[in-house]
Ligand binder design. Structure first.
Ligand code: NAD
Length: 476
């Protein structure tokens, strides 16, 4: 796979020019358009859905070993193309080179995990009150639509496609218009690895057209979505008519809680990348920092010192920690939050400016002690902006932590085990990290409480979202 795939990949082929919209792909480092991708129209979408529907029976009837071997082959093909895929990601969304390689590797590991899971996911026998044998089977749903965002395009696509295929479904993958390249690459390399045609279709296109059409399509049984809370709500509405299964991984405004007894060296050196990595465009970004009063000044000084060590630069360089934001409008959106904080008299203790004339860069920005009603404290910014506030007692802090519609993730830094567990249980969020900010593990469930989502990606839990339970009773 040497060259970019620039049109929908359906039934094993790249579908040539159809006169649909051409979506320009802008390199956020240079601000130049480097390629145009042909969007799928409704005609191509229909072709993709019908192809996936026809392929379903053949795929579900493959033995578990055959399905597992296919997923292993895709993992192998991803590793072989790692450098190419990583380069495309850097060019397409400004992902720093090492992060891009790590994310492609993560995609390969996800396929391996679900290859191994195929034969380990099964039903139960259940003792019931009637005489006989009661058992449950796990069965695939049919055609699954995976609608994914632009911030971690490859791993998120893999963590939806791999478990859906492992469970015996066929998949239509719709990447974001800002980042279609590695998804199209995945479609092509899966075919080259031997996946029969129709089982994985890739349809780039606008969310309002292709995403909505997938959410309404009568032959699509399940929508697995990652993206903003607003789009998630629209998808639920569209899917409601057909009682489609829906899983949603949505936005966040995650807390980072620093107690005075924490190892401040680790907390202060790790915390900047828990919010500034990927230029802050991370649903798990720990963007609200709560610091216990006794160590507030010391923590803030160390946090700012550690932030100043982060290299904001060309994402193609191996030394770069933070690249540009994905687009002009994404940066303007983050700048509006900073401007609002500034004009309300909040202290911008670091950053808040464009470090270069060219490229959608924004320097990592620290807002000190905003009010709890400030938009930078309440709303998801999805940019390199952190707010830090002090707290005096645990109960009030926890009230503020949970005073948000979101509930995706959070970190707690303390050396007291009992406190760590007490606070982890009290935070209304799906993913908590203690003395680290690491949130994503291939083997463990990932997803949110409240308006951060419904259902779980990753781990064995993800398979529940791609299968139905059938109950069978045999009279004795
Ligand atoms: P987005 O909601 O704008 O788009 C996500 C995907 O949905 C894209 O493919 C888009 O084309 C499609 N889409 C948009 N509107 C649609 C509609 N009405 N119907 C169907 N599909 C539609 O989100 P984004 O800007 O690409 O991503 C950023 C958001 O994603 C942030 O809010 C972030 O927190 C969230 N996110 C969440 C997670 C998580 O796991 N919880 C992970 C990454 C990103």
């Amino acid at each position: 796979m040497k060259s970019l795939i620039t049109s929908p990949f359906i039934n094993g082929h790249s579908i040539g020019p159809k006169g649909n919209e051409l979506i320009p792909q802008t390199n956020p480092t240079t601000e130049e358009v480097f390629v145009e991708v042909q969007a799928a129209g409704l005609e191509e979408l229909e072709m993709a859905v019908q192809g996936a529907k026809s392929a379903f029976n053949g795929w579900r009837q493959r033995s578990p070993n055959e399905r597992a071997d296919m997923l292993y082959a895709i993992a192998h093909a991803i590793r072989q193309q790692k450098d190419t895929l990583a380069r495309w990601e850097t060019q397409n969304i400004g992902k720093p080179a090492q992060d891009a390689k790590d994310e492609i590797e993560l995609g390969a590991r996800i396929f391996e995990y679900y290859a191994g899971a195929v034969g380990k996911y099964f039903g139960h026998t259940i003792p019931v009150s009637k005489k006989g044998l009661n058992m449950t089977l796990r069965e695939p749903m049919g055609v699954v639509a995976a609608i994914v965002p632009w911030n971690f395009p490859f791993p998120i696509a893999c963590w939806k496609v791999a478990p859906a295929l492992a469970a015996g479904n066929t998949v239509i993958l719709k990447p974001s218009s800002l980042s279609p390249l590695t998804a199209l690459g995945l479609g092509k390399l899966a075919i080259e690895a031997g996946l029969p045609e129709g089982i994985l279709q890739v349809v780039p296109g606008r969310g309002r057209l292709i995403g909505e059409a997938l959410s309404r399509h009568p032959d699509v049984r399940k929508i697995s979505f990652t993206g903003s809370t607003q789009s998630g709500a629209r998808i639920m509405e569209s899917a409601a008519k057909g009682i489609k299964r829906v899983s949603l991984e949505l936005g966040g405004k995650s807390p980072n809680i620093i107690f005075a007894d924490a190892d401040l060296d680790s907390a202060a050196s790790d915390s900047p990348m828990s919010v500034f990595a990927n230029a802050g465009q991370d649903c798990c970004a720990r963007s609200r920092v709560f610091v216990e009063d006794a160590v507030f000044d010391e923590f803030v000084d160390r946090f700012i010192a550690a932030t100043s060590e982060l290299k904001v630069d060309d994402p193609g360089l191996a030394t770069t920690h933070i690249g540009p934001m994905v687009s002009k409008s994404q940066r303007e959106n983050a700048e509006a939050f900073i401007e609002q904080a500034r004009s309300s008299g909040r202290q911008i203790a670091s950053g808040g400016h464009r470090p270069f004339e060219r490229g959608y860069f924004l320097s990592p920005t620290v807002v000190l002690e905003p009010e709890v009603g400030d938009s930078c404290w309440r709303d998801e910014i999805f940019g390199p902006v952190v707010c830090i506030r002090r707290f005096k007692d645990e109960a009030t802090m926890l009230q503020e932590v949970n005073d948000t519609p979101y509930g995706l993730s959070g970190s707690i830094w303390t050396n007291q085990l009992s406190r760590a567990l007490r606070v982890a249980r009290a935070v209304e969020a799906g993913v908590l990290s203690i003395n680290t900010h690491s949130s994503v593990h291939v083997e463990a469930p990932f997803g949110g409480y409240k308006q951060s989502g419904i259902g779980r990606d990753l781990g064995m839990h993800a398979l529940d979202g791609y299968s139905e339970i059938k109950n069978i009773f045999i009279a004795e």
